[in-house]
Write a new protein. Structure first.
Length: 210
């Protein structure tokens, strides 16, 4: 059985269309909530789960204060995990400590919308140096540790011309490249709305209006 769980609402980014950013406008004063570690251990040791997906609507799983311990508990209980994250804000050494624990059945998925200098236009606070480090982490995950390494890319006006270039970089590093069409387009005059309408999700309000 698979469990999808949001470990924390901590995040260093302020993505423009993220529910977290929309509702709070600012992260200052936001009540921080972390899934209790002891409760997580009970879930992992219950033997009810063979897979866990660490994602987030309000936060990024890797910023849970005990994320390294959480990964250890999962692997000690033979639980395959997917880590869905932006990946930024952590050192190469920190990532190496995570990669060493993972096994080929695990998945590491970095959400990065753009290529080099454009990566922070939507994911505010995400820098080019973070992007370069993330590519190294994904490449190392796949090529040394045989972990499925994925780069998820949301097309927007400022990056839609970089899809081919990004896919080539992913291919060069044995990284799976996934284009994820967004449905968070509510206005036709949104300056991030892709010009190529094929890059907009079919259930987007703007797509339905056309």
């Amino acid at each position: 059985m698979r469990l999808d769980i949001e470990l924390t609402n901590r995040c260093r980014l302020e993505c423009i269309k993220c529910t977290r950013t929309y509702q709070n406008k600012t992260v200052e004063g936001m009540v921080i909530r972390d899934f209790p570690y002891e409760q997580f251990v009970r879930l992992a040791e219950s033997k009810n789960y063979t897979q866990m997906f660490f994602g987030g609507t309000y936060g990024d799983c890797i910023y849970h204060p005990r994320f390294v311990d959480i990964v250890k508990v999962c692997k000690a209980n033979d639980i395959a995990i997917t880590i869905h994250t932006n990946g930024s804000g952590k050192s190469m050494e920190w990532w190496e400590s995570i990669l060493k624990m993972l096994t080929p059945g695990d998945r590491l998925n970095f959400a990065m919308d753009g290529y080099k200098h454009t990566v922070g236009q939507y994911r505010v606070n995400f820098k080019e140096k973070d992007f370069e480090k993330n590519i190294k982490v994904l490449s190392r995950a796949k090529n040394k540790y045989k972990i499925t390494a994925i780069w998820t890319f949301i097309p927007m006006r400022f990056n839609e011309h970089q899809i081919i270039e990004s896919a080539k970089l992913a291919l060069k590093n044995n990284i799976v490249f996934m284009v994820k069409k967004s449905d968070r387009w509510y206005q036709l005059d949104d300056n991030m709305l892709p010009i190529n309408t094929n890059l907009i999700a079919e259930n987007s309000p703007t797509k339905k209006r056309k």
